[in-house]
Design a protein around this ligand. Structure first.
Ligand code: NOJ
Length: 577
């Protein structure tokens, strides 16, 4: 989002907006760096690592929530949007971080969590205080199902399940009604139908932008418009609850709400800002509407199709092997759909996903090679790439032991529900949740080989991966062959080569089961990207002999085998036309 977009004649609407050549780095503050030895990462920990980020070359930092919060969902349950949780620091530290980033030419994007608040937010406390409180309608309150015994299973107003197990409704005995929570019961959903709610959110957003932040990553923003009739959802075989998604994913007023937000918050601001909507279940058709610059909604969205391909029926607790042709088909479709208008965001991982190298690469023998290959393949797509903390070091999934080693509410609730209501054994549940659980990505960043990976001098809130001895930043920063330095090269390429930032995308070899191949092109120059998603040698024929002699601009092996790919090799070739 740029000021120029709204000033006719200064920049093309689907032109070379600043974010097309930018790379975003996500910080999950709880696990990034701890400055005060309490075992939890904090703002001053981040401030102490700003040169590390600057050296990596990223343009923007997206900071997961640091607001006041009971931390039921690690900060995605906010009790005060305009203050910092003491565990992370204070507003002075936030300002210092902002200034430190700006001084180094980087931007700060805050997390915006406004589908729901904490149940400890004063808005909800008031709303819950009585049925005739003026804020009652700020949340979704409903009477029990007619004829049911309030507070007993089945008395909920509809059959929707929560994303964190159990029903999406919590009974409040004092008022005799239920409130809706699509996530934990400590995360009640705001009622965006109420214009006062929307105005309060826009005020808060303006307060942050006036303070100097550079935009927002908008948490589950395509869930804010619910069908006010709250109809029953389809219930799949073996599931305890219905899926309300059809009634709140990109719901009836979502485009209206985002356009209103744009007008009330972003329009007319004379500064380069970034808006990215996290949108589970978003379709390509809707994503095009959300990101078409002429509609003034958001700059880009996070879609979830490619991170659902390695699970049965989109159920992360039923993992299955990823088929490369499925991945290419999915990402290729998004590239095509948002090619002319709109814009993609590109990611392998974040704080909700397993570690990229463990999931899409090989975190054993070929860890470094496959981490580099994944970086190049992702970043050279058309779109804005996101690096999740530690990905640039090739950090891996964690082998957790017992359920007591986990911290994530999603994991803990699922384990309880599956063992108590679905008849699964502890061992079955632990095996099923190992590959894709969110705590894989939440172990602390591995800074050096010292105790707790240099993350904290205290006891970390979640265990540090034991491989911090060998996989850590200190070992990689000065090693030109490291994963970290490969990320530096890939990031730099987006800044220097307009083909990377703005070129067209063409998928090649869609049926190849091991090779990910594509071409990027602008008038005058082309790139060919070839990635081997296997541990075996792969001959490649893209049907154009001229590529054999093209210049190598990037690779994870010494060049020199023509187009044949060695295990987990990536080749990036360039030619002038
Ligand atoms: C998406 C966030 O990324 C996730 O961490 C959180 O649990 C849910 N939204 C609820 O806020």
């Amino acid at each position: 989002m740029t000021s120029q977009e709204t000033q006719p004649g200064t920049e093309l609407r689907s032109g070379r907006e600043w974010f097309k050549s930018a790379v975003v780095y996500q910080i999950y503050p709880r696990s990034f760096a701890d400055s005060d030895g309490d075992g939890v990462g904090d703002l001053r920990g981040i401030i102490s690592r700003l040169d590390y980020l600057h050296n990596l070359g990223v343009d923007v930092v997206w900071l997961s929530p640091v607001y006041r919060s009971p931390q039921d969902d690690n900060g995605y349950d906010i009790s005060d949007y305009q203050d910092i949780d003491p565990v992370f620091g204070d507003l002075a530290a936030l300002d210092e971080l902002l200034n430190g980033l700006h001084a180094r030419g980087m931007k700060l994007v805050m997390d915006l969590v406004v589908n729901h608040t904490s149940d400890e937010h004063p808005w909800f406390v008031e709303s819950a205080s009585s049925r005739d409180n003026p804020k009652r309608d700020w949340y979704w309150w409903q009477p029990p199902r007619p004829g049911s015994e309030p507070g007993t299973p089945g008395a909920e107003p509809n059959n929707w399940g929560s994303a964190f197990s159990g029903p999406a409704w919590e009974y409040d005995p004092s008022s005799g009604e239920y409130y809706l929570h699509l996530f934990s019961k400590k995360q009640p959903d705001l009622n965006w139908e109420n214009p006062e709610v929307r105005a309060a959110v826009y005020d808060m957003m303006n307060w942050w932008l006036d303070r100097g932040v550079d935009g927002f990553r908008m948490d589950v923003i395509n869930f804010i418009s619910k069908d006010p009739r709250l109809p029953e959802g389809p219930r799949a075989e073996g599931m305890l609850y219905g899926d309300g998604g059809p009634h709140y994913i990109s719901g009836p007023r979502i485009h209206e709400f985002l356009q209103e937000m744009h007008q009330e918050v972003f329009a007319g601001r004379d500064k380069d800002l970034l808006t990215v909507g996290e949108m589970p279940g978003v379709t390509v058709e809707d994503a095009l509407l959300f990101t078409d610059p002429s509609r003034e909604e958001v700059d880009m969205v996070f879609q979830f199709e490619h991170v659902a391909l390695d699970q049965e029926g989109g159920n992360k607790w039923r993992p299955k092997k990823l088929v490369l042709t499925d991945l290419k088909k999915s990402l290729g479709r998004w590239q095509d759909a948002l090619g002319e208008r709109g814009w993609n965001s590109l990611y392998w991982g974040n704080h909700d996903q397993a570690r990229a190298v463990s999931r899409f690469g090989d975190d054993g023998r070929y860890r470094e090679l496959s981490a580099k290959m994944l970086a190049a393949v992702l970043h050279l797509h058309r779109g804005t790439p996101y690096v999740y903390q530690g990905e640039e070091l090739g950090m891996t999934n964690m082998a957790f032991g017992a359920i007591s080693d986990y911290r994530d509410i999603e994991v803990l609730n699922h384990h309880r529900e599956a063992t108590t209501h679905l008849g699964h054994t502890d061992a079955e549940v632990l095996a099923a949740l190992a590959p894709l659980n969110r705590d894989n990505a939440r172990t602390p960043v591995q800074w050096d080989a010292s105790r707790h990976g240099g993350f904290t001098t205290g006891a970390p809130w979640i265990a540090v991966n034991p491989n911090a001895n060998t996989i850590n930043a200190a070992a990689q920063i000065d090693d030109p062959e490291s994963v970290y330095n490969f990320y530096r090269q890939v990031i730099a390429l987006r800044h220097t080569d307009p083909v990377v930032a703005y070129g067209d995308f063409t998928m090649l070899l869609p049926e190849d089961e091991h090779v990910y191949a594509f071409r990027r092109s602008l008038p005058g120059a082309e790139l060919l990207v070839l990635g081997n998603f296997s541990a075996t040698v792969q001959p490649v024929d893209v049907g154009d002999a001229a590529w054999s002699g093209a210049a190598s601009v990037l690779g994870n092996y010494p060049p020199g085998t023509g187009l044949t790919l060695r295990p987990w090799e990536v080749k990036v070739l360039r030619r002038e036309l």
